[in-house]
Structure formats: C-alpha cells, structure tokens
Design a protein around this ligand. Structure first.
Ligand code: NAI
Length: 423
C-alpha cells in the first residue's frame, strides 16, 4: 500500500488518496484492513461490486494504489480497532496480523476532526476535537487534506464520510444556495453539523466526496451548487448494505405481482458503537427516515410501514434484522412472509467504500460534476434519484459502464477546472 512508505514519486498510474472521516470506526477500519489485505494478496475481493461485470469493463483506479488518511475524534489507533474487531472474527485475526505494519503507517495520517453539532451521543465518544470559528475549522480540515495530498504526491483525494450518525438538521432553506451557506459559515451558524463542514472543505478544494452515512453532509443546496461550480462529483447518502438492500429487491416483487402489502415491520438490533450512537433518539431519526422511505416509494404509502432500531450490546458488529411482511392476494387471501438477516455490518459495508472510491474517482477523472445518479444502488437515500428499485438502480450503473467502457479519458470532455482550484 502507498502508506507503507511515504514516497513522493509518482508511479505513473493514478494515485488516489482516500480520506476517511471516522477513520477509527468499524467500517473505516474494515475498509483499510481490507484494502491492505487485497493489495497484499491475502484477501479476495468478494463483496466488491467493482470486481465483477459490468464494472470490470471500466478503467478504475486499483485498490492497490490507494493511500489512506483521515479524521477522527477519539484517541486510539487503526491497529487497536482492527485487533478489537478481530476478536469477534471479522476481520480475520491472521489478516490483521499480516497488514499490521501498514496500519501503523496509516495511523500517521489520521488527524483530529471536529464534532460540532453531532449531538450528545457523539460528544460522549469524543476525546479531542477541533473547535472554534467555522471558517477556521474548515481551514484546518483543508490544511490536513493538502498536506496529505502533497506528502504522497496524489492525483486526487476522495473524502468519504464514515463518521457516527448526527442528529437531523432541522430547516435547510438557510443553506439552499452557496451564498447563503457561506453567509452562515461566516456568521458561525449554531446549527451547521460537522458532516457539512467536511463536505464543504472537500468540495471547495475540488475533492470528490461520498457521504456513506445518513448525516446531512453534502446534501444541502449550497453544497450542491459548490460542487457544480467547482466541477466536482459527489454522492450520498446512507449506504444500503443490509435490511434496506433486501427491501429494495423484494418490494418490487410484491408490486410487480400486484400483491397488496398490508404491513411491513422491520426490527433491527445491533451492538457496535454505531448501534450505541443510534440508540440516542436524536441521532436515530435520520437513519429511521432513510430506512423507512424506500418502501413507500416502491409500494405507495397506503400500508403500515414501520422500522425499529434497537441497541443490543452483546451482538457487536453482527446486525440482525427481522422483517414481517403481511400481504393479501386473490380472493382477499391473507399471507405472510418473514425473513431474518444476520449480517456483519462492517464486512458488508467495507467493500462498498472501496467501490465508491473507485467509481467516484472514475467520474472525477472524466470531468463529471455534481451528484452521480449511477451510484444510486449503493445508497438508501440516493441524492437526486427517486428510483429505489434495486434492479433499476443496477441498470443505471450498467448504462454508465456502457457509456464509459471503451472510453479513454482523452476522448472524454475535458474536466472543468475547479473555480476554487485544487488546494
Ligand atoms: P463506528 O461508530 O464504529 O465509527 C464511527 C467513527 O466516527 C468513530 O471512530 C467515531 O469516533 C468517529 N466520529 C464520530 N464523529 C466524528 C466526527 N464528527 N469527525 C470525525 N470522526 C468522527 O460506526 P461504523 O459502524 O463504522 O459506521 C460508520 C457510519 O456509517 C455510521 O454513521 C453508520 O450509520 C454508517 N453506515 C454504516 C453501515 C454499515 O455498517 N453497514 C451502513 C450504512 C451506513
């Protein structure tokens, strides 16, 4: 991996920096361990969408070339977190051992982040944070990104938000244009959450941005305008990895067969730090909304649709979802379907982080700006996309691949120079 030596020589191939906000979290740790292990040839790529057709037809940056860094607000190390996770078997302890030196090198590139307006549950986690004026915080985030990019002579840096879920931001009109957003920044707006400051820092600097979480991040109108203005691709939010993934595959089946869904109860229990943060009602609200909304869009809003998320400490990273679907067919016959999903949250999420970095870097290289609808299948609340049917979302990804499969970058329209320029 690029971090094992701090070299400044360009290898010829594109060098992609991957900046993870929430670098010590389960998903970030798993993505880093996984990428190192894939690069070292000790792990296969099962779970990565970009490692199977149609995406294999695209010229994507290789995981081997990824260079990692990030922000967190807790004092620990990636290796400590990886070893802690390995006690539960994921990732496998032998894999963590095999990449331990690389993890220690990556730790050198993890900086202190900000937890402004992330709610009490996150404040309780935090050891040390960057505070002060909002513009000062953004300057500090950008200085960290700039130093990371220069140190490793990177062609681009992709910022991925993998931090704990924040409370929902109430009222977004005051951030609906770039001018209003920047006025709010200058005035030290008391509500703007950390995720949107990270998003601004990235988009302003010309760095592609992914919001893997339900937090506000880059979803504000002013930030969308900034991305368009600077010619930067971005996408979010809330990755679709488990129960919601199934809902968007199964829901369309009930619709297509004209079966009348009467009730869909989804009960999720999980025990990791994410589960603990989501146990706070304030932080849980965004997640409940993105998990609940998908079925309404596929089946209409006429049925009883409820999602619950509860914290069950002993489960650790193993999220369990139990879904009960009560439906009606011909002769008004009532029937039911139940399923239980027992997923390792981070094992499901980590490969998607790597996929999203590769795909957004590809879009950036081809000069695509703004939200990237072809990435909708990765998200519970895909930005600017109303389609939640999983197979139709996959078709959007296939269409993108068809468009770019044989396309060298030289043949593509030139990238718009970012108005804010690279840092
Ligand atoms: P986690 O709780 O293990 O990790 C979150 C990390 O973010 C922690 O290390 C925490 O210290 C750090 N953090 C919190 N606020 C921060 C801030 N403002 N700046 C920098 N660092 C900050 O959570 P996990 O399981 O890794 O999940 C990460 C995020 O991804 C959560 O928001 C979760 O809801 C979201 N997500 C996870 C999925 C999955 O695991 N399958 C699926 C969809 C979304």
């Amino acid at each position: 991996m690029g971090n094992s030596t701090i070299d400044t020589e360009s290898s010829g191939a594109d060098r992609t920096g991957v900046w993870l906000v929430g670098a010590y979290g389960n998903v970030a740790t798993s993505a880093i361990v996984g990428a190192c292990a894939v690069a070292d040839g000790v792990l296969d790529t099962t779970g990565m969408v970009t490692e199977r057709p149609p995406c294999t037809e695209l010229e994507l940056p290789s995981v081997e070339g990824f260079v990692f860094g990030g922000h967190d607000i807790r004092e620990t190390t990636i290796l400590t977190q990886a070893k802690k996770m390995a006690q539960d078997g994921t990732p496998n302890p032998a894999i963590v051992e095999a990449v331990a030196d690389e993890l220690e090198a990556i730790d050198q590139a993890v900086e202190r982040g900000t937890a402004i307006n992330c709610g009490n549950a996150v404040d309780t986690l935090a050891d040390e944070t960057v505070d002060g004026d909002l513009t000062g915080i953004i300057d500090e985030i950008q200085a960290d990104l700039r130093s990371f990019r220069d140190r490793h002579a990177l062609d681009r840096v992709v910022l991925v938000n993998l931090a704990s879920t924040e409370p929902t931001l109430e009222g977004t009109e005051q951030y609906a244009t770039l001018e209003r957003f920047e006025t709010a920044l200058e005035a030290n707006d008391p509500a703007l959450p950390a995720s949107s400051l990270y998003a601004y820092a990235a988009l302003d600097a010309g760095y592609p941005y992914i919001n893997f979480t339900p937090s506000t991040g880059g979803s504000l109108g002013g930030l969308a305008e900034l991305a368009e203005q600077n010619g930067v691709p971005h996408m979010g939010r809330d990755a679709k990895t488990g129960e919601t993934l199934i809902k968007t595959a199964l829901g369309p089946m009930f619709a297509a067969r004209n079966l009348d869904v009467l009730s869909w109860e989804g009960h999720n229990i999980l025990g990791n730090t994410d589960g603990k943060v989501l146990d706070d009602e304030e932080n849980k609200a965004g997640k409940l909304a993105s998990k609940g909304d998908v079925l309404d869009s596929i089946l209409g809003e006429t049925f009883h649709n409820r999602v619950r998320i509860d914290y069950t400490p002993s489960l650790g990273d193993r999220k369990t979802a139990w879904d009960y679907i009560h439906f009606r067919g011909f002769f008004e016959t009532e029937m039911k379907m139940q399923f239980t999903w027992e997923g390792s949250d981070s094992a499901l999420a980590a490969p998607l982080v790597l996929d999203l970095v590769r795909l957004i870097a590809h879009a950036d290289k081809h000069g695509l700006a703004g939200t990237q609808p072809h990435l909708a299948s990765f998200f519970k609340s895909p930005a600017d996309v109303d389609e939640h049917d999983l197979s139709k979302q996959f078709a959007m990804l296939s269409e993108y691949v068809d468009r770019y499969a044989d396309d060298s970058v030289e043949q593509s329209p030139p990238r718009k120079p970012p108005a804010g320029e690279w840092l």
